[in-house]
Design a protein around this ligand. Sequence first.
Ligand SMILES: [Zn+2]
Length: 212
Amino acid sequence: MIYDITPPITDALEVWPGDTPPSREVLLDMKRGANPTLSTLHATVHLGAHADGPSHYGKDAPGIDGRALDDYLGPCQVVRVSVGPRELITPAHVPAEIRAERVLFRTGTFPDPNHFRQDFAALAPELVGHLRARGVRLVGIDTPSVDLFDAEELPAHHACLRHDMAILEGVVLDGVPEGVYELIALPLKLVGFDASPVRAILRTLPVPGDHS
Ligand SMILES: [Zn+2]
């Protein structure tokens, strides 16, 4: 079974204030007699479900193409945390046992990708080192940022830079039960870019011993 944890990319999707919303420019249209249909996408690379590249928050850090693909592919634990608006997820919110190298947090504080609200929850910077010490290589969240909206110093992003932690933002985890899945969320090979949109999915793992 597959959970598609990617919000639909339409012109209704609301991106970060000031960033470039998605739009489709149709160059050729078969409905108007052209052959074939051809269009151009204009959008921020921080579009919907996306992977941040280290160059987004580190001056001399590599772009999204510099990250290992293994970060975005493999066992992944979904953790539901009970946090309110503008609250930080701390190590106290995290279960004692981390069961995968990738962890996605469902906060429920950014319920509609088509309505950008600024009071979403985020990661406490000390959580990043806590997860790294438990073998985690990717952290993801169901909000537009691992930092709070008005966190100008981006402390959680910088903690990810220090700990070489991959970041997935903007995933939709409604209806995904807690548990361990296979994550597939490969970034495009956008050389030198500061992020890439991803088609993020969670696939249920086969139950051991079940050959049906
Ligand atoms: Zn980010």
